[in-house]
Structure formats: C-alpha cells, structure tokens
Design a protein around this ligand. Sequence first.
Ligand SMILES: NC(=O)C1=CN([C@@H]2O[C@H](COP(=O)(O)OP(=O)(O)OC[C@H]3O[C@@H](n4cnc5c(N)ncnc54)[C@H](OP(=O)(O)O)[C@@H]3O)[C@@H](O)[C@H]2O)C=CC1
Ligand SMILES: C/C=C/C(C)=O
Length: 334
Amino acid sequence: MVVGRKWVYVKPFDGLPKDENFRLEEEVFSDELKENEFLTEAEFLSVDPYMRPYMSSYPVGTSMIGGQVAKVTASRHPNFPVGAYVFGNFGWRTHCLVDPRKLPAESQPYVLPSFGRHPRSLALGVLGMPGNTAYFGFLELCQPKEGETVVVSGAAGAVGSIVGQIAKLKGCTVVGVAGTDEKCAWLRELGFDATINYRAVGESGFAEALKKAAPKGVDCYFDNVGGYISVAVLLQMNLYGRISVCGTISNYNEARAQVADPQREFVFKQLRQEGFIVTRWHKRWMEGIEANLRWIEEGKLTYQETVTKGFERMPEAFVSMLTGGNTGKAVVKV
Ligand SMILES: NC(=O)C1=CN([C@@H]2O[C@H](COP(=O)(O)OP(=O)(O)OC[C@H]3O[C@@H](n4cnc5c(N)ncnc54)[C@H](OP(=O)(O)O)[C@@H]3O)[C@@H](O)[C@H]2O)C=CC1
Ligand SMILES: C/C=C/C(C)=O
C-alpha cells in the first residue's frame, strides 16, 4: 500500500487564489496493479497560469490539475518500466496510478527523452509545454521574418523568455515587456534589444514607452497578457502584422474581460490575429522539444527556473507565479 498526498480545489476562486481554495488530502494506492497500469512518484510539479481559469470550470472537490515529472515506482505497462522518469498531466499529487488508455491523445504521458546535463525539471518548462508553446505558437502563427520587430508581453516568464530568444534567432528586433527592472535586465542579457517595465511606466505611459522601444512599429506581437498592454501594441502594429494570442493573464483573476472593438485596425492594417492552445501541435510535440534542446546545447537558448521546495507549498508557488514572483519557469520540487 502507498499513501500519497494531493491538493483538492475546495472553494471556487474569487479573485486571486487564497489558502481557503485548497485542501491537502491523503490518498491510498494498492500495490496490486492491473495490466497496462503503472504507479508514479512525483519529483517536480508545475504551477501554470492556465490552472486559474481552467479550475473555475471544474466542480469543487476536484483535484488540482497540472503537469509533473515523476518516477515510475511499479509497473505493468511495457512502455513505462520501473525507474523511468515520465511527464504526465497527473495533477497536484505526489503519487498517481496511471492507465494511459483512459487518457486523451493530447494528454498522453511519455518517458522523458535524455536532456543531457540539464535537469529533468525542464520537462515542465523550456523542454515541455511552455517551450513548445513558444516554439509552435510563435513560429507557426507569427511567421517572423528577418529584420522585423517582435513584441513579447510576459517576456520574463516561462513562455515569453523563450519566444524572445527564438525571435532573436530568426533575426528579429525584439522588445520584451515585463514587470520589474531585474526581469528587464535579465531579458537584455538574453539579447532582447529593448525592454519595458510595464509596472514602472504604468498604463498611461505604456504607449509612449512602446513608441521609443519599437520606433519602426510592430510586425509581430506574441501576447501573453491581454489588457491595456495588448491594446497599446495593437495600435502600433504595422501593415500585415501578425498577433499570436497565447494568454491573457492580466484578467485571469477577473470574472469576464471586456471585449473592445479593434476591427478598424484589422481592416486598414490588414492584420492577422489567432489564438491557440499548444496541444494543437501534440502530434509534433517531440519536434519542439528537440529543437529547443538543440538550441540550448548550441548555447543559443538560455533558461531560468524559479524553484519552490516542498509539495505542501504548491498553493504558495501558484499565487507567487500569478503575481510575478517567478523569473523563467515556476516549478515545485517535492
Ligand atoms: N495558449 C497556450 O497553449 C498556452 C498559453 N500560456 C499562457 O502564456 C502566458 C504565460 O504563461 P507562463 O509563461 O507559463 O507564465 P509566466 O512564467 O510568464 O508567469 C506568469 C507571469 O505573468 C506576469 N503577470 C502577472 N500578472 C500580470 C499582469 N496583470 N499583466 C502583465 N503580466 C502579468 C508575471 O510577470 P511580470 O512580473 O512580468 O508581471 C508572472 O511572472 C499565460 O497567459 C498563459 O496562460 C501558457 C502555456 C500554454
Ligand atoms: C495549455 C495552457 C493554456 C493556457 C491558456 O495557458
């Protein structure tokens, strides 16, 4: 018998998540596995922005959702042998009994490929879902061309920091928008050409700061945040500009965002805007991981992680990430 722990969503979110929204519970697993089942023990867990809006659509009593890196501790599945490390969407739990046949195609667990000297936790960041979000969401939807100007919001986070670096690899001029001077300094170290600390300039100063940072206008916008930052970028888009709408973290804690009327910009500048969910590319998943790993090995792509130690601190790590406490990918080490 194995006793695990899990975090349960026990009260609907109202604004920023609070301790009262979560409860830590135990769960018991039998050692007797059925054919095709395997048992895992988590090593690293991810805290991601999507958990805030997605959990609101689940009933209370549901376990918190999320990805993790885990070790297989018992197995009756030929592809998941004991000792293997896997990525799986197993939720906020220390242990999990998995039968892959019960999971949808876009949420299949997989044995981690070798990351060489890099930590396994990267399977939750640059070598996992956020890295693939940057790789596919930027390259496929923005279709960047050499010499173009790219703006990335949420630029010092898990997705944004990778998007900006890929944009530099493609020969673009890159402007990063982030919430502190330290984050902006890191982005410039990564090669970003200009940065805007949106908290320092404020809503009223953002459009002017953007004009200075992107004097030739904006050809591609990778949008992680929505809100006034995105309205200002839209108004400075160039003819035939492309906008990849990745996320709207600025309003995840609100019930409903206002829908403005941007149509005139779209008509006269002939813009293209497309939202996406990264699992759209689940059939090409390993292509993104391999490309990002190659760039890391070649010294062309740098990552940073903000690691919180202790499974009991999952809610704290989650709220910290939602409020800007992370640089690069936010993960929890059990
Ligand atoms: N479409 C898809 O398939 C996917 C979408 N996403 C989306 O990408 C975005 C970034 O995710 P991820 O990289 O994992 O998270 P991050 O690592 O970027 O962490 C979240 C960051 O958001 C920033 N933030 C918080 N509140 C605001 C605000 N009001 N305005 C601007 N920035 C804010 C904070 O940085 P700061 O200090 O700069 O404020 C914080 O560090 C999210 O919107 C997420 O939902 C992520 C993965 C897949
Ligand atoms: C898979 C993640 C989706 C968002 C919107 O964050």
